[in-house]
Design a protein around this ligand. Structure first.
Ligand code: KIV
Ligand code: ZN
Length: 525
């Protein structure tokens, strides 16, 4: 029996951006989309254009610039949403509109305040309307796993009859367990008479930590598209982590009789890029892309690995694109050409300006640290690529004094976008507190620092430290960011400032959004 292709639908830019504390700028979206193209995903869901002018513009740019994959835009079952989605997709080589409507009674009655019949009618009308713009049309009955199975089959049949070519059956609240999830797919495909005319897709959320297992169960029961995000980012506990499902399908492809076209060697790079840009650190023991995924603590395991790698590893780390070895790569005397050459081999492509600043960072680091390896370069260059979100405020100088008999004091000089310089000082419970208060005083903001951690990039006393912070604004929204430096005080102020910059950008985007868009929690225009 010939092996079947499973299409990989990436929603990092749409559902991934719905993660609390994450907001991508246009440049960041393009950067991620370019990397997804290199990863060879089949579909990129580039955004939900009706939600903001920024989302529309991002979908337009991705549609214009990315080739080799389908570009998809999300829309409620509302004419205005569908028209705006098409506005975003017009220049795509292979555009897809993705319409969704709630189908569980709990959401139909309490959120939409409609009846099942009204939902069915609205879905049909929207699908017909969307087909005027595209032939590639996806329909999602939202909260499918908590929907009445008879109604679910009815609406799916109608969706296919009226032109939907992909049927995505989402576990929107992450409620399903694998056996039930697999059965749901099998039942739908058996019961819906025109099921063979569409590709069935799964979209699992990770509220119970079962998203990848549920996606696998869906594939085992006939789904031929898997939706998910890099590093599993997304609403609440996130989406299916694409790297997990793809590597599962690759590892067990023969037994499952399926394959994907993903260039898995790009996973590590994609994961790092999304981690940096989203400001959401990947947990150490995260499958496939976590820092510990290919590290062996036990002596017995290390012994086995040295004799034959396969004794304790089911995947060759090179298959994921994880850089091998930690050789000394560059030193104090290395020139900008060697630097550029090397970081390009690591997969970074910087603008002239970013390159200049990254090279300055490298020289600065080389003055303090004797051995610079790939991990150091990734940390400093990553900072420069991660900062493509056009900061609102920049750090010029920081001076911190603290100790057993001193009140921690931070003196700071910062510049705004317009180039105006401001200096202030503050005391705090400790140096980090003093830094945050000083930044807040200059900018005139007051978020709470809710998490702070430092992690060494490499081994040794002169190692750089990566500082990760999470802050919360007055509305309870969380923003994360990170920065690296051999001086953890400098890394701390940069990480905090990155988070504050993110917050300011989201606040200004929200203001723009409030002025233009209706609430996306309804299905009324
Ligand atoms: O989780 C969900 O149901 C969604 C839909 C829009 C597909 O993200
Ligand atoms: Zn979702």
């Amino acid at each position: 029996m010939s092996s079947k292709k499973v299409f990989i639908f990436d929603t990092t830019l749409r559902d991934g951006e719905q993660s609390a504390g994450v907001s991508f700028t246009l440049n960041q979206k393009l950067k991620i989309a370019e990397q997804l193209q290199a990863l060879k995903v089949d579909v990129i869901e580039a955004g939900f254009p009706r939600t903001s002018p920024g989302d529309l513009e991002a979908v337009q740019r991705v549609s214009r610039e990315i080739r080799g994959c389908t570009i998809c835009a999300l829309a409620r079952c509302i004419k205005g949403d569908i028209e705006t989605a098409w506005e975003g997709l017009k220049e795509a080589a292979d555009p897809r509109i993705h319409v969704f409507i709630n189908t569980s009674d709990i959401q139909i009655e309490n959120q939409l305040k409609k009846t099942r019949e009204q939902v069915l009618e609205q879905a049909i009308e929207s699908i017909r309307f969307a087909r005027k713009f595209v032939s590639n049309l996806e329909f999602s009955p939202m909260d499918a796993t908590r929907s009445d199975p008879d109604f679910l089959c009815r609406i799916i049949e109608a969706a296919i009859e009226n032109g939907a070519t992909t049927i995505n059956v989402p576990d929107s609240v992450g409620y399903a367990i694998p056996s039930e999830h697999g059965k749901m797919f099998r039942d739908i495909m058996e019961r819906v008479p025109n099921a063979h005319k569409a590709v069935f897709s799964c979209h699992a959320h990770n509220d119970l930590g079962l998203a990848s297992a549920n996606a696998l169960a869906a594939v085992q029961n006939g789904a031929r598209q898997v939706e998910g995000a890099i590093n599993g980012i997304g609403e609440r506990a996130g989406n299916t982590a694409l790297e997990e499902v793809v590597m599962t399908l690759k590892t067990h492809g023969e037994a499952l009789n399926v394959f994907t076209d993903i260039n898995t060697r790009e996973f590590y790079r994609t994961s790092k890029l999304v981690e940096r840009i989203s400001g959401m650190p990947v947990q150490w023991n995260k499958a496939i892309v976590g820092k510990n995924s290919f590290r062996h603590g036990s002596g017995i395991h290390q012994d086995g690995i040295l004799k034959k790698r396969e004794t304790w590893e089911i995947i060759d780390p090179e298959e994921i694109g994880i850089p091998q070895g930690t050789q000394l790569v560059l030193g104090k005397l290395s020139g900008s050409h060697a630097f550029k050459d090397h970081i390009e081999r690591l997969g970074f492509h910087l603008t002239e300006d970013q390159l200049k600043r990254a090279f300055d960072d490298f020289k600065h680091l080389a003055d303090k640290k004797k051995q610079i390896d790939d991990r150091d370069l990734e940390a400093i260059v990553g900072q420069r690529t991660g900062e493509v979100f056009e900061p609102v405020w920049f750090l010029d100088h920081i001076h911190v004094a603290s100790g057993t008999h001193a009140i921690a004091t931070a003196t700071i000089q910062m510049r705004n976008k317009e180039g105006n310089s401001f200096t202030d000082a503050a005391t705090g419970d400790g140096p980090i507190d003093a830094i945050c208060v000083a930044v807040n005083r200059v900018i005139g903001v007051n978020p709470s620092l809710i998490a702070y951690s430092v992690e060494n990039v490499t081994e040794g006393i002169d190692a750089q430290g990566t500082v990760c912070v999470r802050i919360q604004d007055e509305q309870g929204k969380v923003y994360s960011a990170q920065a690296a430096d051999t001086d953890v005080i400098v890394a701390s102020v940069n990480a905090y400032l990155n988070a504050v910059n993110r917050m300011l950008i989201v606040h200004s985007k929200n203001r723009a959004r409030e002025q233009t868009a209706p609430s996306t929690g309804t299905q009324d225009d």
